[in-house]
Design a protein around this ligand. Structure first.
Ligand SMILES: Nc1nc2c(ncn2[C@@H]2O[C@H](COP(=O)(O)OP(=O)(O)O)[C@@H](O)[C@H]2O)c(=O)[nH]1
Ligand SMILES: [Mg+2]
Length: 192
C-alpha cells in the first residue's frame, strides 16, 4: 500500500490566507454527507486527516492539504443548502467564487456525489460553474458499496444525464471498501 505524505498547510477564510504554493491543485466540493472527507482520507490512506475540517469554526473555511509534495487538495465546506439561497450565496461569492476564478494553480474540480442520490440544484450549479471556467470535472460517485451492480449502473446513467457529464467521466468508488481509489488517482495524476 502506497504511503502518502499529507499535511494541512492552510485554512483560509479569504484570499490573503490561501497558501503560497507552486503545486497544482484539485478542489473537492460536494454536499454535506456526500462522503467527501471519507474519500479524501481514502485517497491519502489516512483515517481522519480530512475530518479536521469538522472542527468547530473550520466548517466554513477552505482547507488546503499538500499531498506528497506533488499536489494540493483543497477541501471546500460541504454545501448543505441551496447555493442560490441568500446566506449561501454570500458564502459562495465570498469564499468559493474568488478561489475558482483567481487560483491559477487550480486544475480540476473533484465533485463528490453520493451515488445513491440524484444530483441536486447545488451540484448542478457547481458543474455549470466549472464548465464556465473550463475546469475539468472529476465526478467522484462514492458509497457504491450501498448498491447492487444493477442499481449502480442505473444511478450512474441518471447522474451522467442530470449533470450532462459523460459516463466515462464518472468515478464510482467506495471509501469503506476502498474500491475505485486507483482509478481516481490515475485521473488526478494527469494534473500533477
Ligand atoms: N457505506 C458507505 N458509507 C460511507 C462512504 N463514505 C462515507 N460514508 C458515510 O457517510 C457519512 C458521511 O461521510 P463524510 O465523509 O463525513 O461526508 P462529508 O460530510 O461529505 O465529508 C459517514 O457516516 C460515512 O461513514 C462509503 O464509501 N460507503
Ligand atoms: Mg466532511
Amino acid at each position: 500500500m502506497k504511503y502518502y505524505d499529507a499535511e494541512l498547510i492552510a485554512t483560509a477564510a479569504n484570499k490573503s490566507q490561501w497558501p503560497q504554493s507552486s503545486l497544482n491543485e484539485i478542489a473537492f466540493v460536494g454536499r454535506s454527507n456526500s462522503g467527501k472527507s471519507s474519500i479524501i482520507n481514502s485517497l491519502i490512506n489516512r483515517k481522519n486527516l480530512a475530518y479536521s475540517g469538522k472542527t468547530p469554526g473550520k466548517t466554513r473555511l477552505l482547507n488546503f492539504y499538500k499531498v506528497n509534495n506533488e499536489i494540493v487538495f483543497m477541501d471546500a465546506p460541504g454545501y448543505g443548502y441551496a447555493i442560490k439561497d441568500k446566506e449561501a450565496s454570500i458564502f459562495f461569492s465570498n469564499l468559493i467564487d474568488p478561489y475558482f476564478k483567481e487560483r491559477n494553480q487550480l486544475k480540476a474540480l473533484a465533485l463528490v456525489l453520493d451515488v445513491r442520490r440524484i444530483p441536486n440544484e447545488d451540484d448542478k450549479v457547481m458543474v455549470d460553474y466549472a464548465k464556465a471556467l473550463h475546469l475539468p470535472i472529476i465526478a467522484i460517485c462514492t458509497k457504491k458499496d450501498k448498491l447492487s451492480n444493477n442499481q449502480l449502473n442505473n444511478n450512474l446513467f441518471k447522474i451522467s444525464k442530470e449533470l450532462n457529464i459523460p459516463k466515462n467521466s464518472l468515478f464510482p468508488c467506495s471509501a469503506i471498501k476502498k474500491e475505485g481509489i486507483n482509478e481516481i488517482w490515475e485521473e488526478i495524476n494527469k494534473y500533477i
